[in-house]
Design a protein around this ligand. Sequence first.
Ligand code: NI
Length: 398
Amino acid sequence: MSELEPLLESARKLQPDVVALRRAIHAEPELGLDLPKTQARVLAALEPLGLETRLHERTSGIVATLRGARPGPTLLLRADMDALPMSEDNDLPFRSRHEGRMHACGHDAHTAMLTGAARLLAERREELMGNVVFMFQPGEEGHFGAHFMIEEGVLEGVDAAFAIHITPLLPPGRIGTRSGPLMASADVFSASIRGRGGHASMPHDCADPIPVACEAVQALQSFVTRRINVFDPVVLTVSKIQAGTTNNVIPESAEIQGTLRALSPASRERAVEGLQDVIRGVAAAHGLEAETRHFAGYPVTANDAGFARFSLDVARDLLGARGAIEMPSPVMGAEDFSYVLEKVPGAMVFLGVRPSGVEHPAPCHSNRMLLDEDGMAAGTALHAAVAMRFLERGGLGG
Ligand code: NI
C-alpha cells in the first residue's frame, strides 16, 4: 500500500462537504472577473483552516497560503471559479438558477475539490516541509483571470504549480496528462474585405466582396495544409462570415472571423502572419482590399516534462496502476493556466468524471454537461498528494 492511499480515504470522507459546495456554486453561476457569491462561499469553506488569505484587488481571486511546520519549497495549486454565458438544459435539483449562466466546464467542481484539498493539507500541516499556495481564480473563460492574478504577484515565491481540469470523456477518477503541450493557444482573427457595391445584375460595375471572402476561406485551408508543419499543427477555423442584405444588391464589404489554435509559439507566429497575408493577397488578386485584425488570446499550455511524469507517478500511487494514463496527443482547447506555466514549471492534468451508463457523454461547454461527482474524490486527493510528495522531496528531485 502506498503512503498516499490514506489521502484518498480522507478525501472520500470529505465528499459530502465537497459535493455540497460544488452544487451550491453550480446553482448560482457567476461570470467573468467578478464572482462575489462564489468568492464568499470559498472564503467560508477556508475560514476554519487558519490559512493566510489574501483577496485579489482587481478581481474576485483568492490567494490562500498554508505554511508547513518546516521550511521548504512552495507549490501552487490552482482552481478556476467562473461559469459560461449559456443556459443549462439539465434537469437537476441544483441546476443553474440563472438563465444564460452555467457551470458547463466543471469550474464549480475544480473550486470545491481545491477547498477539500486545502482541508486535507491543513490537517497535515505538521508533516509539511514547505508551503502550499491555493489560487482560486476568476475569469478563466476568456477573461484572463490568471494573467491578472500573476500581475498582482500570486506567483511570488512559488516554485511550481499544479492544476486539475475535469473531463466527462474519461472514466470517473481516471487521470490523464502528458509532457509538453497539453492545450493549444487560442487567437481570434477577423477581416473586412472591401470592394464596391452595386446592382447584383451588373457585377462587372462593382467589386464583389462575397466570392473573394469565400475564396479567402478556401485559401486559408490550403495555407494550413501546405505551409504549416504537420508535426507542429494548427487548427484554423473560419467560424463566421457575414455579407449582404438581399438578393439584388452586391454589398460593399464582407466580414470573416475565426479562431486559430496552435501548439507551439513558432507555428502560432507563422500562422498569425501567414493568414493575414493570404487574406490580403486573395483580395488584392481580385482588385479588392482587406483589412485584417488579430487578437492574441491564451498561449499554449505546456506541461513541464518532469512535473507531468511526477503527476502521473503520484496519481498511480494514489489511484492504482490503471488510475493514470499518458495522453498520446494534446487537445486544441485553451486554458489561462498557460500563463502560470509560462512562469513556473508545473502541470495540468485531466480528471475523468464520465457519468455512468452514458454512451456519448456531453463534453465540457455543452448545455447538457453532467459529471459523476464520485470522481471528484480522486481530484481532491490528488491535489493534496501532489503537494505532499512535492514538499517531501524538496521539489521534483529525489
Ligand atoms: Ni475549463
